[in-house]
Ligand binder design. Structure first.
Ligand SMILES: Cc1cc2nc3c(=O)[nH]c(=O)nc-3n(C[C@H](O)[C@H](O)[C@H](O)COP(=O)(O)OP(=O)(O)OC[C@H]3O[C@@H](n4cnc5c(N)ncnc54)[C@H](O)[C@@H]3O)c2cc1C
Length: 575
């Protein structure tokens, strides 16, 4: 059995920042990061537009309070305001701290860190490294993991959280290269496993964003919070779905319909293209539904709208958003200096997740905490984003709460002993699960079932939702789940068996999808990204509360938890 004081699953921004903090705080601790990819291939590396902080380098009227207000309003008042206060107060400090670790941010002519406009933010406060911000930050963090002696298990797949008597004791993982199984025990386990974009058929997320950490937590009997809130980013490149960063609109791009109009004037006149993502995505879908979408050949009535940057000029495009130009050029053959970019909404981000307190410790319900278990980053829900996240607040969350959770873990493990684990039991259960998948006679291929599942989620739990459509979706999911029990694998080998990884990931996706659909069906109101055509208004008297959903194979039990309102009373949300 492998032993460490602390094991962190996930080598993205949240996991890496936490690991560095623990190792810096107490160099005696043995800290390990486990990732099914190489850490620098975590989805964080793909983040483009930037990270918000009221540094006041460009706009000296800005303040943490203004940042907090924008975040709470953006969340449609569902965010926990104590957590938002920490996020926005600590933001300037974590940016400086990253810079000291070696991160190269873009600069103003006088040498200070540059800041750009972003959707839903009332001031120019997003710090960036051109449109490759995640790349710049993650590479330095991973360098720092090495510098502080953190052990890295890269390309190991974690398949189970070991939770006994509401206490996390460790996990079960296997090396993808040769299928070697291991039980790991630790004084504290942290999940920083990222999002679940692959639940849908069109997403900006990478192939590894399959919600494994969420599914393992739910399967262990712990709740997931606010899973119905799925963020659709307005500008996915059509038809591939990869992201065209909001930085493009931050730099001044227009959204145009088939009539040549900047249609955001009808939806958010004061913010136009820089309205929050939920509002902009709904506006695009409404334009397309009303027949004012565009086809790829430019004729009206199609499935996309245009993102136009031509007026910015070649120099600004190439210096501020070079990667977005390159993506459009490489993937769909568009030269954005001379042609508009075809876009439509794409699934982007998970507002909900594993519920935690502001030290990153996982909640067992509305009051209690789970011993030895922590989470941060996109997989967690400390609830700074509520019902809708503002762009450039996620990298910030990863770094602020990664650092805080790391500091909390370093304190926590001081007085803890390594737990006892029945290693043999967990190894044989994991072996049986794998062998079951490998041997199953089955009649469906993994890709076929996954596609049916992703299409089902896209059709039945998209930008607009109604009870009957979602109920039908849940019904279809039951059939798809049965099919998933009858998938067959061609590869029965032990070496780099990526099909086995996909089979396990499919099981994660199915659990996560059911949690999203069930939460969405139960929330009979429209708030932030969750837009019900049959309940068009926000309903604070019945639903100003967090969903806490408990999974079991027999069904999902929904309970609730109150929202922390400490700074701003809920108001109508208008832009
Ligand atoms: C294209 C794109 C652009 C974005 N741009 C921005 C932006 O400009 N600003 C902003 O604020 N936000 C942005 N976001 C959102 C932000 O990048 C993410 O929310 C954030 O990076 C998530 O970081 P994380 O550390 O939580 O997880 P990730 O970076 O997703 O890392 C997850 C880690 O968990 C590991 N893992 C998962 N499951 C397992 C398992 N079963 N076993 C072992 N390891 C596992 C993975 O290998 C990986 O190392 C963007 C997102 C996308 C997709």
């Amino acid at each position: 059995m492998i032993e460490h004081d602390v094991i962190i699953v996930g080598g993205g921004l949240a996991g890496s920042r936490a690991a560095v903090e623990i190792a810096k705080t107490n160099p005696q601790l043995s800290v390990a990061v486990i990732a099914k990819t190489h850490p620098i291939r975590s989805h964080s590396v793909a983040a483009q537009g930037g990270m918000a902080a009221s540094l006041k380098n460009v706009d000296d009227e800005d303040s943490w309070e203004a940042h907090a207000f924008d975040t709470v309003k953006g969340s449609d008042y569902l965010a926990d305001q104590d957590a938002v206060e920490i996020l926005t107060r600590e933001a300037p400090d974590v940016v400086i701290d990253l810079e000291h670790m070696g991160v190269l941010f873009s600069r103003l002519p006088d040498g200070r860190i540059a800041q750009r406009a972003f959707g839903g933010h009332s001031h120019k406060r997003t710090c960036y490294a051109a449109d490759k911000t995640g790349h710049a930050i993650l590479h330095e963090l991973v360098n720092n993991l090495r510098r502080y002696g953190v052990t890295i298990y890269d390309e190991w797949y974690v398949m189970r959280l070991i939770l006994e008597d509401q206490q996390a004791k460790g996990l079960v993982m296997y090396r993808i290269r040769d299928r070697q199984l291991q039980v790991v025990r630790a004084k504290a386990v942290m999940f920083a496993t990222g999002g679940y974009g692959r639940v849908y058929n069109t997403t900006s997320n990478d192939y590894a964003s399959t919600g494994d950490g969420l599914a393992m937590t739910a399967a262990a009997g712990l709740p997931l919070e606010d899973m119905e809130f799925v963020q659709f980013h307005p500008t996915g490149l059509y038809p591939v779905g990869v992201l065209i960063s909001e930085a493009v609109r931050g730099e001044g791009a227009y959204l145009i319909n088939s009539e040549g109009d900047r249609f955001m004037a009808n939806y958010a006149p004061s913010r136009m293209e820089l309205a929050p993502r939920d509002i902009t995505s709904r506006a695009i879908v409404k334009e397309i539904r009303a027949g004012r979408g565009i086809n790829l050949d430019g004729t009206p009535g199609g499935p996309l709208v245009h993102l136009d940057v031509r007026h910015l000029g070649k120099e600004q495009i190439m210096s501020r958003i070079p990667f977005c130009w390159e993506e459009a050029h490489r993937l769909v053959g568009i030269d954005a200096v001379h042609q508009p970019i075809p876009v439509r909404p794409t699934v982007h981000y998970s507002m909900g997740g594993i519920p935690t307190n502001t030290d990153g410790q996982v909640r067992s319900g509305s009051d209690g905490l789970v011993e030895g278990f922590f989470a941060a980053g996109e997989t967690a829900c400390v609830s700074v984003h509520g019902a809708n996240r503002l762009g450039s607040n996620s990298l910030l969350e990863c770094v602020v709460y990664g650092r805080r959770t790391g500091a909390a873990i370093a304190r926590y493990v001081e007085h803890r002993k390594l737990p006892d684990i029945d290693e043999q039991r967990y190894i044989s259960e994991a072996q049986q699960r794998m062998q079951g998948l490998l041997d199953q006679p089955g009649q469906y291929r993994i890709g076929q079932v996954r596609q049916a599942f992703q299409d089902c989620m896209t059709e039945h739990c998209g930008v607009f939702r109604t009870a009957s459509v979602m109920a039908e979706g849940l019904e279809k999911l039951r059939t798809i789940r049965q099919q998933a029990e009858q998938v067959y694998l061609d590869d029965h080998g032990t070496v780099w068996n990526s099909e086995l990884v996909e089979a396990l990931e499919l099981q994660s996706l199915l659990i996560v999808g059911e949690m999203i659909l069930t939460g969405a069906l139960n929330r009979q109101e429209s708030r932030g990204s969750h837009c019900r055509e049959d309940y068009g208004d926000r309903d604070d008297s019945n639903f100003l509360k967090h969903t806490m959903a408990y999974y079991s194979p027999a069904g999902i039990d929904i309970r609730y938890r109150p929202v922390a309102i400490t700074l701003f009373q809920p108001q109508e949300r208008k832009y």
